[in-house]
Design a protein around this ligand. Structure first.
Ligand SMILES: CC(C)(COP(=O)(O)OP(=O)(O)OC[C@H]1O[C@@H](n2cnc3c(N)ncnc32)[C@H](O)[C@@H]1OP(=O)(O)O)[C@@H](O)C(=O)NCCC(=O)NCCS
Length: 210
């Protein structure tokens, strides 16, 4: 999607930035991990395929992707952006007849960043962006049955079980954004700031302290 190609979302621990070609080499390194391939149900790609995928995520109208950066590291402009990458978060519009339905995916690729509240923060930020900017009203997450951490996180965020596929060993959790969910989500992410990505890149120290 091009809508977020110059959007930066500033949270407490993270900033979300559009996935661009500079991020691909690190992303490609992450996806060599068998653990991540298994947890995210992904196939390994060549570097060239990863660049093609990045382009398609940027251009296809049914996908919206952000790269998750460590905000404190990124606020130091002497640190290369690639060195601040923590993971990614995606939204897929899976049903052409229902543009209010989105599948959500998140990956905290760097193990040392897991279990620190980042997954929850990023998921809420992405949902808030999707509800307010993309008109999403229903979220789904497809999660491997062995991925207890991810299942626990989405349940904490009030997702509930929609279906289970024993063949793919996968559960689908969902959340409908009614008025009360929307009000709570927007209140929980009221601290989030939307900025111009390119402008902020040349003035990174202006980010507020966590
Ligand atoms: C799943 C994932 C996104 C969770 O993000 P995270 O930053 O590690 O999780 P958080 O610290 O925000 O914790 C969110 C909730 O997850 C659960 N959780 C986190 N770590 C857990 C652990 N080690 N064991 C059990 N539950 C855990 C808790 O319910 C927690 O909420 P709480 O802290 O209020 O109790 C992250 O671990 C990850 O990306 N893992 C690898 C890739 C992956 O599995 N992606 C999901 C594919 S569907």
């Amino acid at each position: 999607m091009r809508i977020n190609e110059n959007t930066l979302l500033e949270g407490n621990q993270v900033v979300l930035v559009p996935y661009n070609a500079d991020h691909v080499p690190r992303y490609h390194e992450w996806m060599k991990s068998h653990e991540l391939q298994q947890l995210t149900a992904s196939e390994p790609l060549t570097l060239q395929q990863e660049y093609d995928m990045q382009r398609s995520w940027r251009e296809d109208e049914d996908k919206c992707t952000f790269i998750i950066l460590d905000k404190q590291r990124w606020a130091d402009s002497s640190v290369q952006e690639e060195q601040c990458m923590v993971g990614d978060v995606n939204i897929f519009l899976t049903d052409p007849s229902d543009p209010s339905l989105a599948e959500l995916e998140i990956m905290i690729a760097e193990p040392s960043y897991r279990g620190r509240g980042i997954g929850k923060e990023v998921t809420c930020m992405m949902m808030s962006y999707a509800v307010t900017k993309l008109g999403i009203q229903k979220f789904e997450a497809k999660i491997g049955l062995d991925n207890q951490v991810s299942i626990a996180m989405f349940k904490k965020l009030h997702f509930h079980k929609l279906s289970m596929c024993k063949v793919f060993k996968e559960v689908t959790l969902g959340l409908t954004v009614d008025d009360s969910v929307r009000t709570k989500l927007l209140a929980d992410t009221a601290y989030m700031k939307e900025r111009d990505y390119r402008q902020t890149c040349s003035n990174r120290q202006e980010l507020t302290s966590p």
